[in-house]
Design a protein around this ligand. Sequence first.
Ligand code: 13P
Ligand code: SF4
Length: 363
Amino acid sequence: MGGTQMFTPSQDLIEAGTTSIAGLTGARILEEMDISYSPGLASDLAPLYERVATVIPSVEWPFFAPYIKAINELKRDKNAVILAHNYQTPEIFHCIADVVGDSLQLAREAARAEGDIIVQCGVHFMAETSKLLNPDKTVLIPDMGAGCSLAESITGADVRALREAYPGVPIVTYVNTSAAVKAESDVCCTSSNAKKIVEAMGTDKVLCIPDEFLAQNIAQETNVEVIAWKGRCEVHEQFTADELRQYRADDPGLKIIAHPECAPSVLGESDFSGSTSAMIKWVSDNQPERVLMVTECSMSDNIAVENPNVNFVRPCNLCPHMKQITLPKVLEALVFEREAVEVDADVAARARLSVERMIDMSS
Ligand code: 13P
Ligand code: SF4
């Protein structure tokens, strides 16, 4: 790929382009923008490309570079901040994000975000969490369809039914859920603080929903009786213990690290398990010669940049929802200030309590 690349927003976005920056409509902002690859742009962004050259092929750079420049300029003009999850692709993670992290880090950063606009490069529940913590800010998600199989697995009505079925048992809810589900819960958790939050409830029984595997993995580490729901991550449930045993048999020196959304039998074959950021820290601290990251594909690409001596074995699985977020969609989101995430005020007030309790309890 090479030569000139033109930004072609969908026609409905152009027609709806009423958002203004210094009096310009979204459609005018687009007209003023130069989304093309030129020798000048190549030279301006050469230091950035040098940093990511091991994970972004040179044939792809002429397509990405004009968007990266336009997004970074518009971000400054509009006082916007881009929060990106560790599963975002390298051109988003390394080239346009202001903050990267796991779900807990992104929630914490959202709570202290200073811009007027937050653009969430991640899935819908992450953008909703940012909105809960910033009710007066505009929170944009570049693709409203970026969902999550865990968030889809449970509704607010399901949580009310659980509360009736288990009176007095606290409900700890994974952040990978809708605001309506968080609103019915006592406190949220993420993969990095789940055990701590479950134990902090001070009861001998806790409902930990909706990730069945996360609940089972916590149950193995605590004396608290953990009651699970039947949700699963469609990405992590695909890994099997047999497959990991085969990798280890083929390469006895290989280190295997896994996300706790995997089945307990998969974690049983692993050298370490933790949240996406805990996995990143483990690689950075231990500098294994070869490592297999049992999680979403982009993680290995993203951290390969900072760990040139580590060889990443990549039987990863893609999250189709995370992959809905692309540079052209981020630019469209910023230009037209769409799609803005909204949460019903009553639901938001109750859901916010669950998220804030989690942040307080994990500090
Ligand atoms: P982390 O909180 O570990 O980043 O996990 C989020 C997620 O969606 C993993 O699938
Ligand atoms: Fe949801 Fe799994 Fe994708 Fe994470 S990787 S966003 S849990 S579907």
